[in-house]
Design a protein around this ligand. Structure first.
Ligand SMILES: [Fe+2]
Length: 313
């Protein structure tokens, strides 16, 4: 049995006089939401959702397709795959939210999306460690990354935490491909007294996002390719500084200007990965071609807070 609310507790939002009144009435019905931020968000959502329905004159058939699409996003989402997040990415919405929340000056390194494969379980390694744990393939190009973490005013930050993760040259993260060793191409490093860190890996390649579901069908319908420009993901954090979440792209990647999730949020994130054939690699086992990458991460003073992992990896 249910209990009826008391008459004096009921807020009468009224009945539409014309079909156009429905939006205003729904917004009015939500007007007593006590949490003011929740009220603002939901009322704006109704305003824009209704305007969208009106603008495209959504048919009942299309409405059911939309309901089924949202349902499918949920059904396709698993511990290790978040289709809802991939859809938000492919709609450019994740990037929009990322840009809206930038609290950084134009001269500072730009932030970029966290992406769906961040996990906070990566091990911490000493500087210089090779995070490529898979058996080396002849096509792998060793990549030596050297970097510095500084505060906005240029002061080096010691003991800053640098988390890095990226896909294999085949375009798969370790948690997408059981054949890869656990924590392949992932790791955490700490800066030394002078704010420096360094590690070894292999040059990442561009890769397609998962296309087995709704997002794949949407991209195909829009005649869009599903590729991301090659990239390394980073989070950089230090005490009393805002955590920087970003991605670094090789400037010469084929997809820098057509990244399917609009992930290259700013031109400063596309940088040189110089290639060397001088036989002077930082480690003696590397005798052929290798790449280097030099980075400076600058953090703004603020609260250090690591993001949540979008997957249960
Ligand atoms: Fe990624």
């Amino acid at each position: 049995m249910f209990e009826l609310p008391k008459k004096e507790e009921i807020f009468n939002h009224g009945i539409p006089s014309t079909p156009d009144d429905i939006t205003e009435i729904v917004i009015k019905a939500m007007g007593r939401t006590e949490n003011s931020r929740l009220r603002e968000i939901l009322q704006a959502l109704v305003k824009h959702l209704h305007a969208f329905g009106r603008e495209v004159k959504l048919t009942e058939e299309e409405f059911m397709m939309a309901i089924n699409a949202v349902t499918e996003l949920g059904h396709l989402t698993r511990d290790k795959h978040n289709e809802t997040m991939v859809m938000s990415d492919a709609l450019g919405f994740s990037t929009l939210v990322n840009i809206l929340n930038q609290d950084r000056d134009p001269e500072q390194m730009s932030p970029a999306l966290l992406g769906p494969f961040y996990t906070r379980k990566d091990p911490e390694y000493p500087n210089g460690f090779n995070i490529s744990r898979d058996k080396p393939k002849p096509t792998d190009i060793p990549l030596f990354v050297r970097g510095k973490v500084v505060s906005k005013n240029g002061t080096p930050l010691k003991n800053a935490l640098v988390e890095v993760w990226h896909a294999s040259p085949e375009g798969l993260y370790d948690n997408q491909e059981p054949a890869q060793p656990a924590n392949n191409l992932r790791g955490k490093f700490r800066t030394d007294e002078a704010g420096h860190f360094n590690f070894r890996t292999i040059r990442p390649a561009s890769y397609p996002i998962p296309t087995h579901g709704l997002v794949g069908r949407m991209l195909a319908a829009q005649n869009r390719h599903p590729f991301r420009a090659a990239h390394l993901h980073f989070t950089v954090s230090a005490d009393d500084h805002s955590t920087l979440v970003t991605q670094i792209f090789p400037k010469d990647d084929l997809f820098v200007e057509s990244d399917c999730v609009f992930g290259v949020t700013s031109a400063d994130l596309a940088v040189d990965f110089p290639e060397h054939t001088d036989g002077n690699a930082p480690e003696p086992d590397v005798t052929g071609t290798y790449c280097t990458l030099d980075l400076t991460f600058d953090l703004s003073p603020g609260e250090s807070r690591l993001p949540q992992s979008p997957i249960n990896a």
